[in-house]
Design a protein around this ligand. Structure first.
Ligand SMILES: Nc1ncnc2c1ncn2[C@@H]1O[C@H](COP(=O)(O)OP(=O)(O)OP(=O)(O)O)[C@@H](O)[C@H]1O
Ligand SMILES: Cc1cn([C@H]2C[C@H](O)[C@@H](COP(=O)(O)O)O2)c(=O)[nH]c1=O
Length: 214
């Protein structure tokens, strides 16, 4: 059986992730692969309920972090693990790097607590003890907070993250940079400031370099 692939998309709000996730899903389908396209927080009925709370209800950083990981646990168990076991390509719009970036970087929450939650939540039956489910490839869309804010201006009523000041997203970007520095082989840096077609080419090149698409 073909082995499953787990690819995540990361970056600050407005960096351009969602614009390319569906196109990459179609590229894998055109290559004969079955694809599960999903997102975090969310991806299951329970996780989507937690998403509504996390994006719209005032709460302290620990509550926020616990909600993100609670949603993730349900998402892993109900969607991601079964899809990988079927040999599918799982494309996930955000995963745990977002928790380290937004709650760790943006909110300044304790990274050691996040790392412990990561160890509990991402220990899965399909992997040996001590090994955690992680994306095999993370597309990190980089864009300045100012440019991202301009893209999102007027787009929709901002949620409690999108309404944060530029400085918050500078800290979020620093959080992503720390995660990438800790696992450089997993991250493909995408320059999100370029025109859409050039961004798309970077996404395709990252997957082709892995040998996963021709
Ligand atoms: N390369 C680009 N150049 C200019 N505008 C872009 C580019 N890519 C996406 N956009 C526009 O920027 C906005 C945000 O794009 P998108 O929703 O893909 O970002 P995102 O990273 O998924 O944001 P969020 O995390 O908030 O969902 C959209 O209006 C989109 O059309
Ligand atoms: C997984 C995850 C997400 N977030 C934040 C990041 C975004 O502002 C929202 C999700 O909105 P999107 O339009 O779907 O990108 O949630 C977070 O703070 N922590 C996380 O772990």
């Amino acid at each position: 059986m073909t082995a499953g692939l787990f690819i995540s998309f990361e970056g600050i709000d407005g960096a351009g992730k969602s614009t390319h996730v569906e196109a990459l899903a179609q590229a894998f389908r055109d290559a004969g692969r079955s694809v599960t396209l999903t997102r975090e927080p969310g991806g299951t009925p329970l996780a989507e309920q937690l998403r509504v709370l996390a994006l719209n209800t005032a709460m302290d950083p620990l509550t926020e972090a616990l909600l993100m990981f609670a949603a993730r646990r349900d998402h892993l168990q109900q969607v991601i693990e079964p899809a990988l076991a079927r040999g599918e390509v799982v494309l996930c719009d955000r995963f745990t790097d977002a928790t380290f970036a937004y709650q760790g970087g943006g909110r300044g929450f304790d990274l050691a607590v996040l790392a412990q939650l990561e160890r509990w939540v991402q220990a899965v039956d399909a992997l040996p003890a001590g090994q955690l489910r992680q994306p095999q490839l993370t597309m990190w869309f980089e864009l300045s907070p100012e440019a991202a804010a301009q893209r999102l201006a007027g787009a929709r009523a901002p949620d409690r993250f999108e309404s944060q000041p530029v400085e918050f997203f500078r800290k979020v970007a620093d959080g992503y940079a720390r995660r990438a520095a800790g696992d450089p082989g997993r991250f493909a840096r995408i320059d999100g400031s370029l025109p859409r077609e050039q961004v798309w080419q970077q996404v395709l090149d990252a997957v082709r370099r892995k040998g996963w698409l021709a």
